[in-house]
Design a protein around this ligand. Structure first.
Ligand SMILES: C[S@@+](CC[C@H](N)C(=O)[O-])C[C@H]1O[C@@H](n2cnc3c(N)ncnc32)[C@H](O)[C@@H]1O
Length: 534
C-alpha cells in the first residue's frame, strides 16, 4: 500500500446511511463468509458495521425511491387532521414508526412536486410542518432544532442529513510528523492487526481505520505520540490556517489540542504556538497531548478568549475553533438533539461574534501571514456565516480569502431574508451525508491594516441595535453585501488635499519662519483659478 501516493478518494466517500429504513436481507446474518472474504472474530465487528452501512445506504436510496413512487397513481395520502396532530403532539395517540416513515415519505413526495401531489386546499407549509414534526419524533430531536436543521437543505437532502447523523463517522488518526512518517506508522499499525488506509488524497497525514484487533487509543505508537485520534474534519481548519515555521500563532480555544498539535507539527516545532482555552480543567488534557506528541513550541494558557489582545497580541495567525452548539457532531453526541434551545443559539452566536473580533484584533497586520481561521463543528448559519459577516462589517480591514481546501460546499450568501457579503461563498461547509465527515465550517480571513470607516449601508438604528446587543461599539460598518470596497478604505489624497496644504503651511510658518499667504487668500486665489503654489 502506498500511503504517500494513493490516488484514492479525491473527495471523501459519501456516507453510508444507517439501517432504520432498511429491510435486512435474509441471508446476510447466516454466512461465515461474504464477498469480502471470511468473517473472523477480529473482523466481525467491522464487517457488521460495513453491512449495516450498506443496508443503510440501500435504505436511504429506497426512501428516496419510495418518495418518488406512485407516479401516475392518485395521491392517497391525507395529512392528519388538526385534532389528530394535537393529540399526537401531546402523546395521547402514539404513532408507530412504520406510520411515521410512511408519512415522511408521503410528505417528501408531495413537497417534491407540490402541484401534482398536494391535496386540494392544503398549503405547502402544512406539509412542511408535518414533515418536521415527524422528523423530530422519528429521530428524537426537539422540534425547534429539527426545523432549524431541516431548513438548511432541500427536502429530500434534509432526510439524508438526519439519516447520516444516526451513523458513526469513520475513525481517523492524524500522523504526528514530529514523531513519525505516515508510511512507517501505517506499517507498524498494520503489523498490529489494524486495517487502515489513507484518509484521502487531500491529506498527507490522515489515516482511516476500518477495524482494529487492538484498542487504537492505547497502542505503543499512540503512547509514543506518533499519532492523534482526530476526526478528519478537524484537520481542515489547520490546513486552511497554513502556519509557517518560525511564526507566532494563537489557538484561541484549543483544548484538547487536536488542532494545536497539528499546528505545532506544521511549524516543525519552531516559532511559538499559544494554546489557550478558557476552561482550566480542559487544559490538563491539552497539556498531556502537547507532551505526548512532543510539541516543544507550545505554551498552554487559560484566558477567556475575549481578553485577547489585551493579554497579548501581535500574532501572525490566529485559529478560532469556536465553542459551538455541536450540530455537526450529533452522531457523536446525541444529546444535542434535545438540549439546544433558541436562547442557546443566541448566546453562542453572541459569544462567537465577540471572540472573532478579538481574534482579528490579536493579529499583527504588518505580518505577511496576518490570517485568522474561524471554524465550528456546527452547521447552523447563526454560528457560521452570520458570525463571519458580522466580523466583516465590524472590521473593514479584513477580507475573506479562499480556504485553500480542495473540497467542501460554498457557504451561504443569503439565508432566510438575511443577505451576507458575497465573499461568504469563499467559506466552506462540510456535511456528514455529503463528505462522510462531521458537520463543519471553515472561513479564512486576511487581516489588513486598519483604515477609515467605510460607507454605511445599514441604517444607524440597525447598527446601534446590534451594538447594544453585542455590547461592543462598531469599529466600522459597511453596506450589506458591499464589502468589495474594503480596498478603497485607504488614504484619499484628493479628498484630503486641503488638510495637507494647511498643515504644510503651518509647519513652514512655525519651523522655518516662512510667511505664507493666509489660507483664506489661497482659497480665494484658487477659486479665481490662480496658481496656488508657493
Ligand atoms: C470546539 S472546542 C475546541 C477544540 C480544539 N480546538 C481542538 O481541536 O481540540 C471549543 C473550546 O472552546 C473553549 N471555550 C469556551 N468558551 C471560551 C472562551 N470564551 N474563550 C476561550 N475558550 C473558550 C471550550 O472550553 C472548548 O474547549
Amino acid at each position: 500500500m502506498d500511503f504517500l501516493d494513493s490516488d484514492e478518494e479525491e473527495e471523501a466517500v459519501p456516507t453510508k446511511k444507517k439501517a432504520r429504513f432498511a429491510e435486512p436481507s435474509s441471508d446476510e446474518d447466516e454466512d461465515d463468509e461474504d464477498e469480502d472474504g471470511p468473517i473472523t472474530a477480529s473482523n466481525m465487528e467491522a464487517r457488521s458495521r460495513a453491512l449495516e452501512a450498506k443496508a443503510a445506504a440501500e435504505a436511504a436510496a429506497n426512501f428516496a425511491e419510495a418518495a418518488g413512487e406512485g407516479e401516475g397513481e392518485e395521491a392517497m395520502f391525507e395529512l392528519p387532521s388538526a385534532e389528530q396532530q394535537e393529540a399526537e403532539k401531546e402523546g395521547g395517540v402514539p404513532v408507530e414508526l412504520g406510520e411515521l416513515q410512511l408519512r415522511m415519505r408521503e410528505c417528501v413526495k408531495v413537497l417534491g412536486d407540490f402541484k401534482k401531489w398536494a391535496a386540494p386546499g392544503r398549503s405547502r407549509s402544512e406539509y412542511v410542518q408535518q414533515l418536521v414534526a415527524d422528523i423530530a419524533n422519528y429521530y428524537g430531536y426537539n422540534e425547534f432544532l429539527a426545523e432549524k436543521l431541516f431548513d438548511l437543505f432541500p427536502v429530500s437532502e434534509a432526510i439524508e442529513f438526519f439519516e447520516a447523523n444516526e451513523l458513526p463517522r469513520p475513525v481517523t488518526i492524524r500522523t504526528n510528523t514530529l514523531r513519525a512518517r505516515r508510511r512507517d506508522l501505517a506499517q507498524a499499525l498494520i503489523n498490529r492487526g489494524v486495517n487502515l488506509e489513507p484518509v484521502g488524497k487531500w491529506s498527507k497525514v490522515g489515516l482511516q481505520v476500518f477495524e482494529s484487533a487492538v484498542p487504537i487509543g492505547a497502542t505503543p505508537e499512540y503512547l509514543a505520540g506518533q499519532y492523534m485520534l482526530q476526526a478528519a474534519s478537524s484537520f481542515l481548519p489547520v490546513m486552511a490556517l497554513e502556519p509557517q515555521p518560525g511564526e507566532r500563532v494563537l489557538d484561541m480555544a484549543s483544548a484538547p489540542g487536536g488542532k494545536t498539535t497539528y499546528i505545532s507539527a506544521l511549524m516543525q516545532n519552531t516559532g511559538v504556538v499559544f494554546a489557550n482555552d478558557a476552561n482550566k480543567e480542559r487544559t490538563k488534557g491539552l497539556t498531556a497531548n502537547v507532551h505526548r506528541l512532543g510539541c516543544r513550541n507550545v505554551v498552554v494558557c487559560s484566558y477567556d478568549g475575549r481578553q485577547f489582545p489585551k493579554v497579548m497580541g501581535g500574532f501572525d495567525r490566529v485559529l478560532l475553533d469556536a465553542p459551538c452548539s455541536g450540530t455537526g457532531v450529533i452522531s457523536k453526541d446525541a444529546g444535542v438533539k434535545i438540549n439546544k434551545s433558541v436562547r442557546d443559539f443566541t448566546l453562542l452566536s453572541h459569544l462567537q461574534k465577540q471572540l472573532i473580533l478579538c481574534a482579528i484584533d490579536s493579529i499583527n497586520p504588518a505580518s505577511s501571514g496576518a490570517t485568522v481561521v474561524y471554524s465550528t463543528c456546527s452547521v447552523t448559519v447563526d454560528e457560521n456565516e452570520s458570525v463571519v459577516d458580522y466580523a466583516l462589517r465590524k472590521r473593514p480591514h479584513v477580507k475573506l480569502v479562499p480556504t485553500g481546501l480542495e473540497f467542501g460546499r460554498e457557504g451561504f450568501r443569503a439565508y432566510k431574508g438575511k443577505v451576507f457579503h458575497e465573499s461568504l461563498a469563499l467559506t466552506r461547509r462540510y456535511y456528514p451525508h455529503v463528505h462522510n465527515m462531521d458537520g463543519f465550517f471553515v472561513a479564512r480571513l486576511k487581516v489588513g491594516k486598519p483604515g477609515k470607516r467605510r460607507a454605511r449601508g445599514e441604517s444607524d438604528e440597525e447598527e446601534e441595535e446590534e451594538e447594544a446587543r453585542d455590547g461592543a461599539p462598531a469599529a466600522s460598518t459597511v453596506e450589506k453585501g458591499g464589502r468589495g470596497d474594503a480596498d478603497k478604505a485607504a488614504f484619499d489624497d484628493a479628498a484630503d488635499a486641503d488638510i495637507i496644504r494647511e498643515s504644510k503651511r503651518k509647519y513652514l510658518l512655525k519651523h522655518k519662519g516662512i510667511k505664507l499667504r493666509p489660507k483664506a487668500a489661497v482659497d480665494a486665489a484658487r477659486a479665481a483659478g490662480a496658481d496656488e503654489s508657493d
